[in-house]
Design a binder for this molecule. Structure first.
Ligand SMILES: Nc1ncnc2c1ncn2[C@@H]1O[C@H](COP(=O)(O)OP(=O)(O)OP(=O)(O)O)[C@@H](O)[C@H]1O
Ligand SMILES: [Mg+2]
Length: 352
């Protein structure tokens, strides 16, 4: 893939994850869920990479595999630690290195209601990672907790409250403060705004943008809707059935998509989400295929409006089609895809 002077913090090569399906009294393996298939990508230090795809495309599995909360079936994950040293193969490291890695890579989850312990106070929740990972005194830890609350723009008064006494947006701020307290270098944000009201989503996304800049964080920002990642991402990776089908700088991906699946995702963005009244949108044809039985050739071919016979036969590889713009479509040189502006104009015309 593309090499520039920017340093990478994470590199994933040919990652695979299969979940065996067991059946019967003897739990015989009768098949596999192919959640991640030959997936490769990298993240530059200090950037936000958006990872987008429909439900079931494997986004959470990727996030969890990076710190081996799920054991990958094959492939390589490399991560550059704060010390500057590379962990060359995360899948093979010993417990101590894994512990360091898990400190430096934190996750913010989708639903703060279920990811925060309801019996703990806000202060206890935020302090916990530091209590486990440092030798600081209680006073020092509480100072850090106050600092984190200010960072996520919450009143320090909320320290003694319990999660159920907070709003959804406030709870997600607690989740973010908890992830930040041990000064991670990479934060995996797994659909951190999907469970929130639309009005609160923008607030939390803006908070991530501010934190990313002020703390020079690297973010992997997972969402199923392209409109959610548009403003926060430097680059966006689009995922379909466990593979990355397109990666490009965010603006470029919206302006000039190079994969039919991305065009479909752009087409399904509700116009209301970008501040206008809703207009006709196309919902993607059919449903995501069964990951226990991935279609031959290009896995998207049964739903692709541009597919021909070759798409049923050949597995497309991710190729650089323009500088820094990668696509895995066999027919990309023959088809013309519409960017988001053009799609909006077509929808406007349909409405008139
Ligand atoms: N522990 C597991 N055992 C078996 N199958 C699993 C397991 N975890 C995930 N899967 C399957 O792997 C596939 C990818 O799941 P994953 O949760 O990564 O998708 P996702 O893109 O995060 O979806 P969503 O947008 O709904 O969160 C799905 O088909 C899912 O059913
Ligand atoms: Mg998920």
């Amino acid at each position: 893939m593309q090499e520039t002077n920017r340093s990478k913090i994470l590199e994933v090569k040919h990652l695979e994850k299969r979940f065996p399906i067991h059946k019967g009294l003897f739990r015989k393996i009768v098949g596999n869920v192919h959640a991640i298939n030959d997936l490769s990508f990298f993240i530059y230090e200090g950037e936000t990479l958006g990872l987008v795809g429909e439900s079931g495309s494997g986004k959470t599995t990727v996030g969890r595999a990076l710190t081996r909360l799920i054991e990958p079936s094959a492939g390589e994950i490399r991560f550059r630690l704060k010390s500057g040293d590379w962990v060359d193969d995360v899948c093979k490291v010993d417990k101590d290195v894994l512990k360091t890695l898990r400190r430096e890579v934190q996750t913010v989850f989708q639903d703060p209601r279920s990811s925060l312990d309801p019996r703990m106070t806000v202060a206890e929740i935020i302090a916990e990672p530091l209590r486990v990972n440092s030798k600081l005194s209680t006073d020092e830890i509480m100072d850090k907790v106050r600092e984190m609350l200010l960072l996520v723009q919450l009143d320090p008064e909320s320290m003694s409250r319990f999660p159920h006494q907070l709003s959804g947006g406030q709870r997600q701020r607690i989740g973010i403060a908890r992830a930040l307290i041990i000064e991670p270098r990479l934060i995996i944000c797994d659909e951190p705004v999907s469970a929130l009201d639309v009005s609160v989503q923008a607030e939390i996304i803006n908070l991530f943008i501010e934190l990313q800049k002020s703390l020079n964080l690297t973010l992997l920002f997972i969402a199923h809707d392209l409109s959610v990642v548009e403003h926060i991402s430097d680059r966006v990776a689009v995922m379909y059935l466990g593979r990355i089908v397109e990666v490009a700088p965010a603006e470029e991906l919206f302006k000039s998509p190079k994969h039919p699946y991305t065009e479909c995702l752009l087409n399904s963005i509700p116009i209301a989400a970008v501040g206008r009244k809703d207009k006709k949108r196309t919902i993607i044809k059919g449903e995501i295929a069964d990951p226990t039985d991935i279609p031959s050739g290009c896995a998207f071919h049964p739903r692709c409006p541009y597919a021909t016979d070759i798409c049923k036969q050949e597995v497309p590889q991710l190729k650089e089609v323009k500088p820094a713009h990668f696509s895995a479509c066999l027919r990309i040189d023959e088809i013309g895809l519409s960017g988001f502006d053009e799609i909006q104009m077509k929808r406007d015309a349909l409405d008139e």
